[in-house]
Design a protein around this ligand. Structure first.
Ligand SMILES: [Zn+2]
Length: 344
């Protein structure tokens, strides 16, 4: 699909039923092309990208630049595959994302152990976690998944190890081939998520920060509890930041184009406000764990039917809301063998 002359929306496959495609954007230049996001580094995905490029008269060796909205494997996954085909291309990431991306590579299996301990600490059943660990070692990535978080978790160890060539900061203009893409730091979904504003055309490439139908995953991860990061506070501020760009249209990395981006920002903020009320009601007058609160919140499917991967992401989201309630002085965190929560 050509959005404006020289800017195309491509598709490469995911293995998730909920999100079948990631949609990289292709900017044509005089002597090659720039991509905004890529796809998984799987053979099916790289083949799809090759076909998409060929249809427009290009090859992977014509890629001069890959700007990545964030370092999840469905966005940055082709970075090293591309380096083999176009060794001089420039990988562009936001500074905060590059730091975070680097820290993930130090994780490995240790990350899984830490993450499992974290689930236990927040009240997820230990037998269930062990069962997941066995399935994980039996064959990660072999099953089709119905949830994106699970897919991301299973691909976490197959992340490409490519150092960024250019680090950009908030407000910086990335200029190439007559295009001017303004880097907008939109943390929340990840700590250094980049959205790309094209003021000349009134479009924002929103990555996973804003999607047309689903609400992006905004979660507290184990390392966020150490750093004190509040992803939901970041996310809500980033929604406001995009809305403040004025009347724009959104080019997201999945799902459909967004005709009225400020309106969609408002809907997402409203969703979280509603969820905050539910989480607060889930805390009630007792001292539940975050897993207890998760089970009391309305999800798109009944909580009891969730796989452990989905429970992990539900827990992260619940914690993001609990953290914001703590920031606002409405809830208190009670340390103990298991972490509990009570109304302040
Ligand atoms: Zn994505």
């Amino acid at each position: 699909m050509e959005i404006v002359p020289g800017l195309h929306r491509l598709r490469t496959p995911m293995t998730s039923k909920a999100l079948p495609w990631i949609t990289p954007y292709l900017f044509e230049g005089t002597d090659g092309v720039t991509l905004f996001d890529s796809g998984y580094g799987t053979p099916e995905a790289t083949e799809a990208l090759t076909d998409e490029l060929r249809e427009r008269g290009y090859a992977p060796s014509d890629v001069q630049r890959l700007i990545v909205s964030h370092a999840h494997p469905d966005h940055i996954g082709m970075a090293s595959w591309l380096k083999q085909r176009s060794p001089d291309y420039e990988l562009v990431l936001m500074g905060r994302e590059a730091e975070w991306y680097g820290s993930m590579h130090r994780g490995g299996e240790e990350w899984m152990a830490r993450s499992n301990e974290w689930l236990r600490q927040h009240g997820v059943d230990a037998d269930e976690i062990d069962r997941e660990a066995r399935e994980h070692s039996a064959g990660p990535g072999q099953r089709a998944s119905d949830d994106v978080a699970g897919e991301t978790a299973r691909h976490a160890h197959s992340m490409p190890r490519v150092a960024p060539d250019r680090i950009v900061s908030d407000g910086e203009v990335i200029a190439f081939d007559g295009w001017e893409l303004h880097a907008v730091w939109t943390p929340g979904h990840t700590p250094g998520h980049l959205s790309g504003y094209l003021p000349a055309h009134g479009f924002v490439l929103t990555g996973d920060h804003i999607l047309s139908r689903i609400t992006p995953n905004v979660s507290v991860a184990p390392e966020d509890e150490v750093s004190g990061r509040s992803p939901l506070a970041e996310f809500l501020a980033s929604l406001q930041k995009v809305a403040d760009l004025g009347q724009t249209r959104g080019l997201p990395a999945h799902e459909d184009l967004i005709e009225d981006l400020p309106k969609r920002c408002g809907e997402l903020a409203e969703h979280h406000e509603h969820r905050m009320t539910e989480v607060l009601a889930g805390v009630g007058d007792g001292q539940p764990t975050a897993a207890d609160v998760s089970s009391r919140v309305t999800w798109n499917k009944p909580y009891d039917t969730f796989s452990i991967f989905k429970k992990r992401s539900a827990l992260g989201e619940t914690l993001a809301h609990l953290q914001l309630l703590v920031d606002e002085g409405r809830v208190r965190r009670v340390e103990g063998d298991a972490v509990r929560w009570e109304r302040a």
